[in-house]
Design a protein around this ligand. Structure first.
Ligand code: UT7
Length: 326
């Protein structure tokens, strides 16, 4: 039996910390409001000049080392991001150059917060079909560069960071058991960056109208997210014929503690089985799952043969799950 197995993980967050108390000085908000509504206490923000590829490089380097391979062994690099260093080239190609991963093809996946699971799904398909043997999947974001620091409804949410996983061919029962991907583009405008694309290329007017920042209808997104995540998690359980109690660890996208608690309740899962990083990193979009996964791998909560469920929801709208036998 051929599976795609994660053989190494890595993550990286910029040093600079922005606390809720710092935000109290910037917009009309409070530590109490932010923590109660989201579970966030602080987040990391890129230094001036630090870019998404810098974060991605550090995370990738750690994952490659953990897998016991070199960058030259990589057949493919897949990066989930909505904040590449520039519109072209792709972040994957920038990362490929920084890693000197000469043999690897590279591309980006544009599925917002679901980007890492989407990437994992593509890697899984390439490996099980025999096309590639060793793939690096990265989630990396510098959301602070797209944050409207005058909009209290969004600026308190986002953070910067990167996470990575080396995925390799494994003849055996362990590895990615299933992935399920979903999208509904009819809800595109509940979570979007309206400016900077072909519809509204950058002009003085788009800048004046603040169209280059992330906009979100938070409450609407919240409600759709809970429903969609419940469905995609059930789909993963049904597909694999496993029960919720069989799941050893949940590694959710870290958008809102209340959404994560709702999912844990739905799975009848104690919060000890849920990996949480939202309090210290905020919502890092595509980076949040691989950052949380790496933390749990390194502190020993992820163990051989454990059944691990990943789930994400984000702009697009997109949502996804992956079930892994570690
Ligand atoms: O990662 C991609 C997917 N993202 C998500 O899934 C995020 C989903 N949404 C959320 O996490 C939540 O909707 C938010 C955390 C964004 C907002 O929480 P909420 O409980 O849905 O609050 P709300 O938007 O309904 O706003 C409640 C009140 C409003 O005031 P009024 O109209 O009731 O007077 C807001 O103006 O809270 C106000 N408010 C704030 N107050 C203090 C909004 N932002 C802030 C703030 N500080 N930062």
């Amino acid at each position: 039996m051929i599976h795609a197995r994660i053989t190494g993980t890595g993550s990286f967050a910029p040093k600079k910390v922005l606390t809720n108390h710092d935000l109290e000085k910037m917009v009309d908000t409070s530590d109490e409001w932010i923590f109660e509504r989201t579970g966030i206490r602080e987040r990391r923000i890129c230094e001036k000049g630090q870019t998404t590829s810098d974060l991605a490089y550090e995370a990738a380097h750690r994952a490659i080392k953990a897998a016991g391979i070199t960058a030259q062994d990589l057949d493919l690099i897949i990066v989930g991001t909505l904040t590449p260093d520039s519109a072209m080239p792709s972040l994957g190609c920038v990362l490929q150059a920084k890693l000197h991963a000469k043999k690897a093809a590279a591309f980006d996946i544009y599925a917002a917060c679901s980007g890492f699971i989407y990437g994992l799904s593509v890697a899984d398909a390439f490996i099980r079909s025999g096309v590639h043997e060793t793939i690096l999947v990265v989630g990396a974001e510098a959301l602070s560069r797209y944050t409207d620091w005058e909009d209290r409804t969004t600026c308190v949410l986002w953070g910067d960071g990167a996470g990575a996983a080396v995925v390799q061919r494994h003849a055996g029962k362990r590895g990615i058991l299933s992935t399920h991907l979903h999208s509904d583009g009819s809800y595109g405008d509940v979570l979007h960056i309206p400016g900077g694309g072909a519809a509204h290329p950058a002009t003085h007017d788009t800048v004046d109208k603040r169209m280059h920042f992330i906009k979100m209808k938070g409450n609407e997104t919240f409600k759709i997210a809970v429903r969609a995540l419940e469905d995609v998690v059930q789909e993963a359980l049904d597909h694999n014929k496993v029960k919720a109690e069989d799941i050893d660890l949940l590694v959710p996208h870290q958008a809102n503690l209340r959404i994560i608690q709702a999912m844990a309740k739905r799975l009848n899962m104690p919060m000890e089985k849920v990996i949480l990083t939202i309090h210290k990193y905020g919502n890092t979009s595509a980076a949040s799952i691989p950052m949380a996964l790496d933390e749990a791998v390194r502190d020993g909560r992820v163990k051989e043969n454990k059944l691990i469920l990943l789930e994400a929801f984000g702009g697009g709208l997109t949502w996804a799950s992956a079930l892994i036998r570690w």
